[in-house]
Design a protein around this ligand. Structure first.
Ligand SMILES: [Zn+2]
Ligand SMILES: [Zn+2]
Length: 492
């Protein structure tokens, strides 16, 4: 695949500082072009020169998108950026893909979003003084980075999740359409339209309608949210009893905020930057969290083997970086100057145990050091899982928090968490017990550690109340209904 062997020679600077790649302290030739000095060893025996590594990296991204055919030409795609390694590399791939010559160009319309979650990670003590200054600095750096791309972008803060509507916990319309045949037609139509525009000479529009600044939609400027909101968010995280629950909470709020931005700004796809390493860690974490039933959805969703997550119906999450190892991404960013803005992870309080997420990460990365195929093995195993047919059924009852199909039939719940149910049944809809039937097995476990319902985000409480009201109504009219729904087990 190395197109011109001459090119690899051209990039032949020093084969990287020894510290970065000890494997090639004596440069051997690239296995692809046999010409340039090897700069990075990807798998054992596969040493690439810089130029070939770049080709390989870019090709992988395009191949992932090409193979899956879910992103239509002209479609609005929201890139979720964290400032970290993987999502920054993803952004660079999109930039490169859009600037290529017509034949090989990516044809979707990107927008960017950064969710500032600093409020969830208060530095020692309080949300004041130094930590506020730091937060503002990170935000300013991130905004500069987004601005530079020329793409429309949104800056959101985790605090905004507190204002989400309850409807975010409902599945949107659509979703499981057959992508393949219509995809081809869409591409052809798009190319034809572009040719026509070129022939007409109205060059004014940039490729794929880029460069238009959407303006400050959704609060697009680097300023911090009101202190009261931050405090409310802090209370929410403080109430969570374990670091595992905090991690889950953070991921939940973040994904709902992403979904909301996508819906309100007209994006039908969201791209996230989980690497293969991330996917493998998530897979084991989910297993440990009792999410066995959803492994396939969280990590290898839908019929498209993990690239696509369509649990929300109208907005699909795609993970184009899931074939890359974290190490590859780090090399790529280092070689080609991809900027990152690193934000601190959640801290354990002094007496708190670490989270399952962190344990799994350490475990896997530790194994990976001695057994370099650990992560890819876990990842490949995950690929073999397939989503249960029930998942594509839009009518199914869905978990309040994760929107996966409920894996527990109505009667089991009482047996499952007797202590939880006994705890505070007196308080009507706001009691913990009222939430239990709405949650899947795994979310029940997390929910138990999330603190009292009164500190939960308002949109979660609103939607829980709505669902409980409906369930109650259904129960009340039940006795007037003829019993014919025994024929359809599993129906809502
Ligand atoms: Zn080469
Ligand atoms: Zn759930």
């Amino acid at each position: 695949m190395c197109e011109a062997s001459g090119r690899c020679g051209g990039c032949g600077e020093a084969p990287v500082r020894r510290r970065a790649a000890p494997a090639c302290s004596r440069p051997r030739p690239c296995v692809k072009c046999g010409d340039g000095p090897a700069a990075v060893v990807i798998r054992i025996g596969d040493a690439f020169c810089r130029a070939c590594f770049r080709e390989y990296f870019v090709h992988k991204f395009r191949a992932m998108l090409g193979k899956n055919r879910v992103i239509f030409p002209g479609e609005k795609v929201l890139l979720a950026l964290s400032g970290g390694m993987a999502s920054s590399a993803m952004l660079r791939q999109v930039q490169e893909g859009l600037s290529r010559e017509t034949a090989k160009r990516l044809r979707f319309v990107p927008g960017l979003i950064y969710i500032d979650a600093a409020a969830a990670v208060p530095t020692e003590g309080a949300v004041c003084g130094q930590s506020l200054v730091q937060r503002e600095q990170t935000l300013t750096r991130m905004e500069a980075l987004l601005q530079e791309t020329g793409f429309p972008y949104y800056l959101a803060s985790l605090e905004q999740a507190l204002e989400l509507p309850g409807s975010i916990l409902r599945r949107g319309p659509g979703g499981d359409s057959e992508p393949s045949p219509s995809y081809k037609a869409a591409v052809e139509g798009f190319i034809q339209q572009q040719r026509q525009e070129e022939a007409n000479g109205d060059g004014g529009t940039s490729p794929a309608g880029l460069g238009t600044q959407d303006g400050p939609a959704g609060g697009s400027h680097a300023h911090l949210p009101a202190a009261a909101r931050t405090e409310e968010l802090l209370r929410l995280f403080d109430a969570a009893e374990t670091l595992t629950a905090k991690e889950e909470l953070l991921q939940m709020l973040r994904s709902h905020l992403l979904l909301h931005t996508a819906r309100t700004q007209g994006y039908t796809k969201v791209m996230t930057g989980e690497s293969c390493t991330r996917v493998a860690i998530k897979l084991l974490t989910n297993l440990a969290l009792g999410r066995g039933a959803f492994l396939a959805v969280d990590t290898t969703p839908a019929h498209l083997q993990g690239f696509v997550d369509s649990r929300h119906g109208d907005v699909t999450v795609v993970r184009p970086m899931r074939d890359y190892m974290a190490k590859e991404i780090a090399f790529y960013n280092h070689f080609f100057g991809v900027p990152t803005v690193i934000t601190p992870p959640l801290h354990a309080k002094r007496r708190e145990k670490t989270s399952i997420h962190r344990l799994m990460e350490n475990f896997l990365l530790g194994l990976q050091v001695d057994f370099p195929s650990t992560i890819s093995t876990v990842y490949r195993t995950g690929e073999k899982l397939s989503v249960a047919p029930a998942e594509s059924n839009g009518e199914l009852q869905r978990c309040l928090l994760c929107l996966c199909a409920l894996d527990i039939a109505g009667e089991e719940e009482l047996a499952l968490e007797p202590t939880l149910v006994k705890e505070d049944t007196g308080n009507g809809a706001e009691s913990r017990a009222a939430f239990i039937p709405l949650l899947c097995y795994s979310c029940r476990l997390t929910f138990k550690e999330m603190g009292p319902p009164a500190t939960l985000p308002p949109y979660v409480r609103t939607e829980a109340q709505r669902r409980n009201c409906r369930a109650l109504m259904k129960q009340q009219i039940q006795e007037f209904l003829l019993e014919d729904d025994e024929e359809e087990p599993g129906g809502s």
